[in-house]
Ligand binder design. Structure first.
Ligand SMILES: O=P(O)(O)OC[C@H]1O[C@H](O)[C@H](O)[C@@H](O)[C@@H]1O
Length: 574
């Protein structure tokens, strides 16, 4: 169906309310806007459905939520009675309409005879993963757009092991969605009826308490200096209550929370783009940090599955740590503490993505710990954990990505900003008791393993035109890529879409055993490499550049050379 037909259908079908029709009537003469809202239906990307809030098939609204949930409900019904009774746990964040969308999803499930466990108020995404495992539900839903700007919302789906669905279930749900030709076929229960029939149950404190105990159970040491001064910002999202609570219960007495960003604010008034990967999100925390003499700043993203930190440097300024550096520090802290305490398993492993740097892997190897790699997305990282758990014989220690997502332990199958905030504070407090900051420890790591540098470049290209240009860039780059960069020679490239790895030395092609994904990765003879891929959560093309050298300057020189060459190549594509 073309976009115009979809638009007309939404205007004429009685299922769509007056508000929606009014919103759509207002864009009647704006062809571009109609096209943008209706040229496609939202699809499951890196982290579920994600889009701008508004009326249309390419937008997030209660109809799209109902439609997606009907698709999920059909999938659960196909699985049988037992799955329907086990039901679905639902959480939501602080965004516009998150609460309403969560309720809508619960009522569609109930309308299909599936039990819904709805959190009474906003909760971090990882707690939903915990709830799925704890309540033994068939599935889970979180209404969140993570760190996207305020105009966005999203819909993440979890399956019974507590991790986000992979492409097999996502395409089964998408097929079910396609079958819904008429929105009025979606079954929705009345709230009262759902409660009365035992199909809608509220959950809250009991899950919080158990989750908290589990998180604290991951603590590795108590010989730490808990007087470390920390400034924390939940960026107006869901982290405020759980992160504060875990730090308090672990005995950290000097935690100050940024007051302007403490409470939920769907407009993210003080931060704009609430992504702690971007150091601008730390502006308020930095100011407060200087005023109170903090040694470390922490920021969780709005659904609190990710955390970033900044550490006070020698001159008093706060220095940001990127996801690769924080991951490396957490690996070093965890593995060295486990080793010291005789807790390091012989068959332990960590998981990272193919675009995450190699320093964590080098550290893990030095402790005899294996590293597995997956495609981008925590669903893939935790999917690997699920798979290895089924096979048995090895023990998961830590999973992480360069995009500041980390998890430890086995009770949450997603990245967890609460767990990682606790571990980061613990690590910082432990090293403080030895007179070191996390920056000092990072330097020690570089001295032992070599200097690793990395740069992530994201080009934002919005709308249909942007999407097309990203497609063109990927298509062109696939055919035309540099084989030499300032004397460094390309030795191997991997094309995850075509499922091949090509070795330039012996001109040999191997098949990759990873699922198909639009990612290109180029490896050079000096150990440097880079990858190019479209983002699955934002209208961006992402370029990840990595180098390793004996010194910092040398490592950065390489990054700059690579950046110039890659960007020149990409910018040729208009
Ligand atoms: O690079 P993108 O496709 O935008 O994904 C960025 C991040 O999005 C979500 O948070 C996923 O759970 C992460 O695993 C992923 O790294």
């Amino acid at each position: 169906m073309d976009y115009k037909k979809r638009y007309e259908e939404w205007l004429s079908n009685e299922y769509f309310g007056e508000e929606t029709k009014k919103e759509l009537m207002a864009i009647r003469d704006d062809e571009e806007e109609i096209k943008d809202r209706f040229y496609r239906c939202l699809e499951f990307g890196t982290a579920g459905l994600r889009g701008k809030i508004g009326a249309g098939t390419n937008r997030m609204n209660k109809y799209i939520i109902a439609q997606a949930t009907q698709g999920l409900a059909d999938y659960i019904v196909e699985k049988g009675r037992e799955y329907m009774e086990r039901g679905v746990a639902i959480a939501y964040d602080s965004r516009h309409f998150s609460r309403e969308f969560a309720k809508q999803a619960a009522l569609v499930l109930a309308g299909n005879g599936i039990k819904a466990y709805l959190f009474e108020d906003l909760r971090p995404t990882p707690e939903l993963s915990f709830a799925v495992r704890r309540l033994h539900t068939a599935a889970g839903i979180v209404i969140t757009a993570s760190h996207n700007p305020k105009e966005y919302n999203g819909y993440k789906v979890y399956w019974e092991e507590g991790s986000q669905i992979l492409s097999d279930i996502a395409s089964a749900i998408e097929k079910n969605i396609e079958k819904i030709k008429d929105f009025s076929a979606i079954k929705t229960a009345e709230e009262q009826t759902a409660v009365h029939q035992g199909l809608l149950r509220m959950i809250g404190k009991e899950i919080d308490d158990e989750y908290m105990e589990k998180v604290k159970g991951l603590a590795l040491r108590d010989d730490i200096d808990k007087n470390i001064k920390i400034v924390y910002t939940p960026l107006n999202g869901t982290g405020n209550i759980p992160v504060r609570r875990v730090l308090k219960e672990r005995g950290f007495t000097q935690v100050t929370v940024v007051p302007e960003q403490e409470n939920p604010d769907p407009d993210f008034t003080t931060v704009g783009y609430p992504n702690p990967e971007d150091t601008k999100a730390f502006a308020y925390a930095e100011r407060l940090g200087k005023a109170v003499g903090a040694e470390m700043l922490l920021a969780t993203d709005p659904d609190c599955d990710r955390v970033a930190c900044m550490v006070k440097g020698r001159d008093g300024d706060f220095i940001p740590l990127n996801g690769n550096q924080t991951g490396a520090l957490l690996i070093e802290y965890m593995l060295s503490s486990m080793k010291e305490k005789g807790m390091l398993p012989e068959n332990g492993y960590i998981v990272k993505s193919i675009v995450t740097g190699d320093l964590g892997k080098a550290i893990a190897r030095s402790y005899g710990v294996e590293t597995y790699e997956t495609l981008t997305g925590f669903k893939n990282i935790c999917g690997k954990v699920n798979e290895l758990e089924r096979e048995g014989g090895c023990q998961f220690i830590f999973g992480y990505e360069e995009s500041i997502g980390y998890v430890a332990g086995s009770f949450v199958r997603d990245k967890d900003g609460v767990i990682s905030s606790m571990l980061l504070c613990e690590a910082a407090a432990y090293y403080r008791s030895q007179g070191k900051t996390l920056l000092d420890v990072l330097d020690e790591i570089y001295r032992v393993h070599g200097y690793y540098a990395e740069k992530l470049i994201s080009l934002t290209l919005e709308g249909i035109e942007g999407q097309k240009r990203i497609e063109r860039m990927m298509r062109e780059y696939r055919k035309n890529y540099p084989v030499e960069i300032q004397g460094r020679k390309l030795i191997r490239y991997l094309d995850y879409e075509r499922g091949i790895a090509f070795d330039l030395m012996d001109q040999k092609e191997d098949a990759l055993d990873t699922p198909v994904s639009d990612v290109l990765k180029y490896l050079f003879d000096d150990g440097s490499w880079y990858a190019v891929r479209p983002s699955g959560t934002e209208p961006k093309i992402k370029i990840y550049i990595y180098s390793k050298a004996a010194t910092k300057d040398e490592a950065w020189e390489k990054i700059e050379d690579f950046e110039k060459m890659i960007m020149a190549q990409l910018e040729k594509v208009d």
